[in-house]
Design a protein around this ligand. Structure first.
Ligand code: OSB
Ligand code: MG
Length: 372
């Protein structure tokens, strides 16, 4: 197998203001695997390609430099004859790098099988969770459900009341039925006012708020008491590792940063309303689908989002969402925040839903040559 790495840098046209600061650009690496494999039905070209993306974001993943260095080692090992699947374990503490390899492998397998990535992911999860009863002969016919699109939320950055309402109205006008507001960057009373204003302006829309770990226990409870009734949940009201505080809050809470900082099972024990699954922060699309299944077993809602990734990882996250039955609205409408992208958008958002690509694999292998 042959492995190649290529760095990229994507500026945001619309920087995202959060309680943690402003996200202005996304730098990352594409990983391309190519194999002349011995599949029953080899691709006409005689090779199969898988492309993965690592777009690290400290706070959720390792830093860029570490990501680049471990991926360069992995690519060299693959070129030297190592089985890439054996290298995944080495990347356990570098989730963005692991994501690139996990996605490249999943894309390669799905492409070789001639199925869209979401079908491969759903199948992979079934056989992982129930190896005894999954008969490979019949499994595929059981899983022929066509998922054409998945529901997505609009993401509204931190801003004053008027701008927040205007932005929310534009999103609702564009067909979004679920909106996520960034909070925690201004005084509590101002955020409560923003939530009240949007929910009064748009009574039919479901709202979420994301505090990006900005509050103390007391502030978080105060916000939930004042605005909780108007919100489906508050994402990450407290610092990532304050599990006891998160578990003690009264009102609906979702975990995001926490999932990148502690064992997933410990996060589930805090009994959140929802878990925000970022494949980039969890080590890859296959892992994200497994964790979604675990959350569901506990009655916890799995919401899929990205760290504002490029087209390769964003499309893969759409496949992850499509592999989860009855997935709730996901934070996947982030293409419009980017000024340029790794390739054409094959999972475009319209009317509050993202189109799920139906070609083989992730469908983004040609992004490799896009900027050439
Ligand atoms: O979930 C969404 O609506 C979009 C993604 C998002 O908010 C986000 C994007 C980059 C980094 C962190 C976050 C976050 O959920 O906190
Ligand atoms: Mg979040």
């Amino acid at each position: 197998m042959n492995a190649e790495l290529r760095p990229f840098s994507l500026p945001l046209s619309d920087p995202l203001d959060t309680a943690r600061g402003t996200i202005e650009r996304r730098d990352g690496l594409l990983l391309r695997l190519e194999t002349e494999d011995t599949a029953a039905e080899p691709a006409p070209e005689g090779v199969t390609v898988g492309v993965g993306e690592a777009t690290p974001l400290p706070g959720w993943t390792e830093h860029y430099d570490e990501c680049e260095s471990v991926l360069a080692d992995a690519a060299e090992a693959v070129d030297g004859g190592a089985d890439p699947a054996d290298l995944l374990a080495d990347l356990d503490s570098t989730s963005a790098a692991r994501h690139a390899l996990d996605l490249a492998l999943a894309d390669l397998h799905a492409s070789r099988d001639g199925v869209p990535l979401y079908r491969y992911l759903a199948e992979y999860d079934r056989s992982a969770s129930d190896p005894e009863t999954t008969d490979p002969e019949t499994a595929d016919s059981d899983l022929c459900t066509l998922v054409k699109s998945v529901p997505v939320n609009a993401t509204v950055g931190d801003a004053g009341v008027e701008e927040t309402v205007a932005e929310a109205e534009r999103a609702a006008e564009a067909g979004f039925e679920c909106l996520k507001l960034k909070v925690g960057a201004r005084p509590l009373s101002a955020d409560v006012e923003r939530v009240e204003a949007v929910s009064e302006a748009l009574p039919a829309v479901e709202f979420r708020a994301d505090a990006n770990a900005a509050w103390t226990r007391q502030q978080a409870q105060q916000f939930l008491d004042a605005a909780g009734d108007r919100l489906a949940y508050v994402e990450q009201p407290l610092p990532a590792t304050d599990l006891a505080g998160l578990a003690a809050l009264s009102g609906p809470v979702a975990l995001d940063e926490t999932l990148a900082a502690v064992e997933f099972e410990d996060g589930l024990d805090a009994n959140p309303e929802a878990v925000v699954l970022k494949p980039m922060a969890l080590g890859g699309p296959r892992r994200a689908v497994e964790l979604a299944e675990r959350a569901r077993e506990e009655g916890i809602s799995p919401v899929v989002t990205t760290t504002i990734d490029g087209a390769v990882a964003r499309t893969a996250a759409v496949h992850v969402a499509a592999a989860i039955p009855d997935v709730p609205a996901c934070g996947l409408a982030t293409r419009k925040l980017l000024e340029s992208d790794l390739g054409p958008d094959i999972a475009p958002v319209a009317d509050g839903r993202a189109v799920v690509p139906q070609g083989a694999g992730n469908g983004t292998a040609d992004t490799w040559g896009y900027h050439d």
